[in-house]
Write a protein that binds this ligand. Sequence first.
Ligand code: ZN
Length: 113
Amino acid sequence: MHELSVVTSIVKIATQEVDKIGGRKALEIYLEIGKLAGIEMSSFHFIWPQCINGTVLNDAKLFVVEPVGKAKCAECETEFQIDKSFDSCPNCQSPFKEIIAGKELKIKKIIIK
Ligand SMILES: [Zn+2]
């Protein structure tokens, strides 16, 4: 499951960050997970408490922003919102486009104690 490997690597990175500054645990963690990142958020939130149990993230408050997908058409340069990465341009129906937002999958910030 994709979500499991994502959460596992978040825990790993958070642990390294806490170790790096000699902290004890993370108090807050801020994630950015784009709508096109391929993460099923219900699965993510289901897995999260199980994966952080006993780690530096055990008591950390989780904040997630989910940027919407945006693309720019390669034919007519229209910028449009997309829900799926294979959506076509609403202006000229071209399937060719550049994804400019929505594939984010990163840790924005970790507050460490
Ligand atoms: Zn177009």
